[in-house]
Design a protein around this ligand. Structure first.
Ligand code: DO4
Ligand code: MG
Length: 273
């Protein structure tokens, strides 16, 4: 089952059939202990004959968004390269294999953009990339209750200049997109494919893919670290890191269309403002 937050309320897609979830307050719904059963109860009752994708909103209201980093070998290598001139040392290598993962704050719910909306590149950055990431929805009790697609927009030159600039490289207006829905599933199989395409003037200028088999850490392990000394009364989203990094000569440009697809979840499409 897939849960959609829209301008017309909350809907569930059950095997291609859409149903309205009545009187659903998003924050309350996604935090409820029996989310799956509650959504399941809505199926079959209020069918909708047509579901308009243009009404879809980001699947977030009061949830914070956190992110994990250097969870794929490709990401480890790219960070080591980008920070070399700044004396990057071996901290990216160390965090890749350390017990404690890299976790950082990414966005508040109100600053997240949804499908078909604009993401941004910083005006003071020269090297900007999308980061396509499987994103977990974790309830206040720390249980993974679903997943969605996330784009962790990043300024690689700023991050590479000095690791202490990471918050500026990662957290700015329009730097986080989520959507299009929440797949109500606690785990996805390792063969799950994540794909990224960037189109410019209608032509693909980047295409790449990875699978969850390349993700070094278990989603549950990332969630446990996040909940060690943090509580999330509205639940929280956790991006699990990128395994797709374009070549170093690639940077996003205004007007680019970014499409991120994850098996079973769908496609998150945004354009660069
Ligand atoms: O360590 C820098 C950020 C890493 C990241 O965002 C990722 O690997 O996805
Ligand atoms: Mg990332």
């Amino acid at each position: 089952m897939k849960l959609y937050r829209t301008t017309n309320g909350v809907f569930v897609d059950d095997a291609g059939n859409f149903y309205h979830v009545p009187e659903a307050d998003w924050d309350e719904l996604i935090c409820c202990a029996n989310l799956s059963a509650r959504v399941r109860a809505a199926t079959g009752k209020n069918p909708v004959s047509s579901f308009d994708p243009a009404t879809i909103l980001a699947p977030v209201v009061n949830q914070d968004v956190w992110a994990a980093g250097v969870t794929y070998y490709r990401s480890r290598n790219a960070r080591i390269e980008e920070s070399k001139a700044a004396g990057g040392g071996d901290f990216y290598d160390r965090v890749y294999s350390a017990e404690r993962p890299e976790l950082f704050f990414k966005a508040t719910g109100r600053s997240v953009v949804g499908p078909r909306s604009a993401v941004r590149i910083r005006s003071d950055a020269k090297w900007s990339v999308p980061e396509p990431e499987l994103t977990l929805l974790i309830n206040p009790a720390g249980a993974i209750v679903g997943c969605t697609i996330g784009n962790d927009m990043s300024s690689r030159d700023i991050e590479g200049e000095n690791p202490l600039y990471l918050p500026q490289a990662k957290v700015y207006d329009g730097s986080c997109a989520l959507g299009p829905c929440i797949l109500l599933s606690a785990a996805l199989p390792s063969e799950t494919t994540i794909q990224l395409e960037v189109a410019r003037h209608g032509k693909a200028v980047f295409q790449g893919s990875t699978t969850l088999a390349e993700l070094k850490r278990e989603p549950r392990e990332l969630a446990q670290f996040l909940f060690r000394e943090n509580s999330f009364p509205h639940g929280v989203f956790l991006m699990t890191g990128t395994g797709i990094v374009p070549k170093d000569d690639f940077t996003l440009a205004s007007g680019d269309v970014i499409r991120i697809s994850v098996d079973r979840i769908g496609t998150l499409e945004n354009y660069v403002a």
